[in-house]
Design a protein around this ligand. Sequence first.
Ligand SMILES: *Cc1c(COP(=O)(O)O)cnc(C)c1O
Length: 229
Amino acid sequence: MDNDLIAANIAKVLQQVSSAQEKYQRPPDSVRVMAVSKTQSAEAVRDAAAAGLTDFGENYLQEALEKIKSCADLALTWHFIGPIQSNKTRAIAEHFDWVHSVDREKILRRLSEQRDPSMAPLNLCIQVNVSGEDSKSGITPRQLAPILALATQLPNIRLRGLMAIPAPAEDFGAQKAACDSLASLFEDARKEHPTLDTLSIGMSADLEAAVAAGSTMVRIGTAIFGARR
Ligand SMILES: *Cc1c(COP(=O)(O)O)cnc(C)c1O
């Protein structure tokens, strides 16, 4: 995709976010847009950065490491948002600023141990399964409290909030219901851990429902870069 198209798409997404913020009485600039650049080239990342975005999300480690390296001259914030195997935690802890997809204690402990203490703490969200049977990733809501408590105690990480990937739904009502269920877990979690500030939910297809439900970070791929290869 050419760079003018990426810039135009980004302008459109930012416009959608700001009109949703207004429509649902959210404060201006309360929703951050992460560009999900998985399968896209480093050139595409540069085009999105030139259009003003600074947050980039990646799912596949090898591919991400190459892009992070080739864009090292840009001041970007990198988010790991894909499934995490134990043998990948060291590279994730070393090269990313955020991890959104932590759903097991073992992974949480390894990220904490492997993050260099001289670096800024690794920002971290716990991924919750809000769609029951329909989704395999994410911790169940019942298992959430203990992993949040552990995350606040471990060194070298900073617990920021919750993330979910709801099962795809066509209609706004179903999208909103899924986003609301994560938002309500987030409000409960904040009673215990008031410093949590990140509700990572919303993709290209459910951006408006996510902003309506209180998302603070939307993760947008296809609406910015076009269909994935
Ligand atoms: C791919 C992906 C996205 C972006 O999805 P789009 O529908 O392309 O906007 C967001 N979050 C996660 C976790 C993803 O894997």
